[in-house]
Design a protein. Structure first.
Length: 214
């Protein structure tokens, strides 16, 4: 039986394949018509075996000040239309904005539940049903309020050849996370969406405890 490679072996092999220091590479590309407009869909392969996606409008290679939304996966919101968060509303608002601008990118990162994964996210939902807010729930499960990391997103932007970004976000920590990995963030474009009765407390907590621009 052939031995399975260790994580270190996998990282070394993929790093060699992708080029020194590269953790992600562009793997496939196609046209993507959507309800928001016509885009290109780009798939990336990462050293850890994960696959990531980007939606691109226009020719962004070598361009400065590109509108960019770095969006973390949200199965409950993006796919199922959950009203407990504003993730789907922000994603749709970003796509509309980029379509109107005629240029831009949405990166889709595999960081469900602010980086704690789907199972723990649902556990956090149960704690919120019992009275905790979104930050308290994460802390009660032994996590920071936000476990996300943006090195992969930074490398995806590098692969796309983007020189600097106007970041579509309400989250200052996302700006810091990208800048720590060498992304030049020249401006923040807040993505404000109407609250609902189901996510009002969630949004208030993000503003009060996580510094979101709401």
């Amino acid at each position: 039986m052939t031995a399975q490679p260790t994580t270190t072996d996998t990282l070394h092999r993929a790093t060699c394949d992708f080029g020194e220091g590269r953790l992600v590479r562009l793997a496939a590309e196609a046209r993507l018509p959507t309800r928001f407009g016509d885009f290109r869909i780009i798939a990336f392969e990462a050293f850890d075996g994960q696959e990531y996606g980007a939606v691109v409008k226009g020719d962004v290679r070598g361009v400065w000040d590109v509108p960019v939304r770095v969006h973390s996966e949200c199965f409950t919101g993006d796919v199922l239309g959950s009203l407990k968060c504003d993730c789907r509303a922000q994603l749709h608002a970003a796509l509309r904005y980029i379509e109107e601008e005629g240029l831009g990118v949405v990166l889709y990162l595999r960081q469900e539940g602010r980086g704690i994964g789907l199972v723990n996210k649902i556990r956090a939902y149960a704690l919120q049903d019992a009275g905790l807010d979104t930050v308290e729930a994460n802390l009660a499960l032994g996590f920071d309020d936000d476990e996300r990391e943006y090195g992969m997103g930074a490398q995806m932007l590098q692969e796309l050849g983007i020189r600097s970004v106007r970041l579509l976000t309400n989250n200052p920590a996302k700006v810091r996370g990208l800048e720590e990995h060498g992304v030049d963030v020249v401006a923040i474009v807040p993505v404000r969406t109407p609250p609902t009765t189901h996510n009002m407390r969630y949004l208030a907590t993000k503003k009060a405890k996580s510094g979101h621009l709401l």
